[in-house]
Design a protein around this ligand. Structure first.
Ligand code: LMR
Ligand code: MN
Length: 421
């Protein structure tokens, strides 16, 4: 028993190479000591390693069963209990068994009531499955008992911002949380939403200071480029010229050459109710801004494309656009009196083309520090991971076609394997 215990605890590499052997050995041990927490844990771990090696959910489920039995064994030492419970939660979440994970979160919380971490971790699991109210109530519990807990503060502030749009209070909570510099606080999402809340409250100086701090903490590429899903090394500049993108020239010509038909399809869809949808990301300050999605995450919207076949046909033909799984293609209509808050897209892996279709005066877009407008039948290209802001102070609606393309510095292999956004 001593040997196996120490071989297991101190030599994980050896364990990994011999998971199949360990699996059998622990069976033998369990015959002799069926309730030994270390043997149950050893068996669970062997199955866990095998499950990973063989990519087998079946083995992982068996492993979870043993982890659970280990947790229920009599007299499990505290440290071992934590190790097992945390691995169990990690694996249960991995295969989407959140209910099971939550039950073990509660076991940790009950066993260690003086430790805020276990409540905080439960809140994160709730947030992962979008159970925002459950997360909120857990975080409230933490803050009642530990009002200065940085992790709970930033997460609670995050919920106030993203669910309630309660800007002033979200700023208070997130600011206090970030000041603690806690592990888990230094996360781009909190800098992103705190800065956004500050900017919307007209506290721009504070927002800029925070963004600069975010750059120092390496959560942002620069104070203007604040996307959170990034590849390093990609050329980063707010505005691009068509000549900067030699491999996309055919797409540009096709868009410009077919501008009139694209415009007619967009206008016809506008006249039919139910095609254009309100922008859904809470980016708008005032006005009316709607979109008709044609492609997103590399997938076509068949119903919308049936309405605008020429436009979709062009996009489909150019895989830098139709295959851009980190972008979209869509018509975008903006009505007079619209202001879109300064915001950044999620990723630096795409560039955004706008084809001007109907462009009244007094419409403008700022990207980083330079403001431009659209020209009918022509394109503008920008990197929407940089902060951008849009105004419509004119008197008739503006219509553009937006086509996202892969960032030109991405290799064919990267375009194949990057996850969709
Ligand atoms: C944006 O990407 O937020 C805007 O450029 C969209 C638009 O319709 O102008
Ligand atoms: Mn945008």
């Amino acid at each position: 028993m001593f040997y196996l215990c120490c071989f297991f605890n101190t030599n994980n590499v050896f364990f990994n190479q011999n998971a199949a052997y360990a699996n059998i050995m622990f069976d033998a041990l369990l015959k002799k000591y069926p309730f030994s927490p270390r043997s149950l844990h050893g068996k669970a771990k062997a199955l866990d390693v095998l499950a990973e090696e063989k990519q087998s959910n079946e083995l992982l489920l068996q492993s979870l069963g043993y982890y659970l039995r280990a947790l229920k064994a009599p007299e499990v030492p505290d440290q071992l209990f934590v190790t097992i419970a945390e691995r169990y939660i990690n694996r249960a979440r991995f295969i989407g068994q959140y209910k099971k994970a939550i039950a073990v979160h509660w076991q940790l919380i009950e066993r260690f009531p003086a430790n805020a971490t276990y409540l905080n971790n439960l809140a994160v699991t709730y947030l992962t499955i979008n159970s925002v109210e459950a997360a909120r109530s857990v975080l409230r519990k933490v803050l009642l008992k530990w009002p200065d807990d940085g992790f709970a503060l930033v997460h609670y502030g995050f919920i106030l911002k993203t669910t309630d749009n309660d800007l002033a209070n979200s700023v208070n909570y997130m600011t206090r949380g970030l000041q603690t510099k806690c592990l888990g606080c230094i996360d781009g999402r909190f800098y992103f939403h705190l800065g956004d809340a500050l900017a919307r409250l007209n506290r721009n100086d504070e927002a800029i200071k925070l963004y600069e701090e975010g750059v120092k903490e390496k959560v942002f590429m620069s104070k203007f480029q604040r996307s959170l899903y990034n590849m390093e090394r990609l050329t980063a500049k707010p505005w691009w010229e068509p000549k900067d993108l030699p491999s996309y020239q055919n797409l540009f010509s096709a868009l410009k050459k077919n501008y009139l038909q694209i415009k007619q399809e967009g206008l016809a869809a506008l006249n039919d109710k139910g095609f254009f949808q309100d922008e859904a990301e809470n980016l708008k300050d005032t006005g009316t801004w709607k979109q008709l999605e044609l492609f997103a995450r590399g997938q076509k919207f068949p119903k919308n494309c049936a309405k605008t076949p020429v436009t979709c046909g062009i996009i489909q033909k150019y895989t830098e656009a139709s295959g851009c799984r980190r972008g979209q293609s869509k018509f975008s209509v903006m009505h007079p009196g619209t202001h879109v808050w300064p915001h950044c897209g999620p990723t630096n892996c795409r560039l955004r083309i706008h084809l001007g279709l109907k462009v009244p005066p007094e419409t403008a877009i700022r990207v980083a520090e330079e403001t431009r407008s659209w020209v009918e039948s022509d394109i503008i290209i920008f990197d929407d991971s940089f902060e951008h802001e849009v105004w419509h102070n004119g008197s008739d609606f503006r219509l553009v076609l937006i086509v996202d393309v892969w960032h030109p510095d991405l290799t064919p292999r990267e375009r194949e394997i990057l996850s969709s956004i």
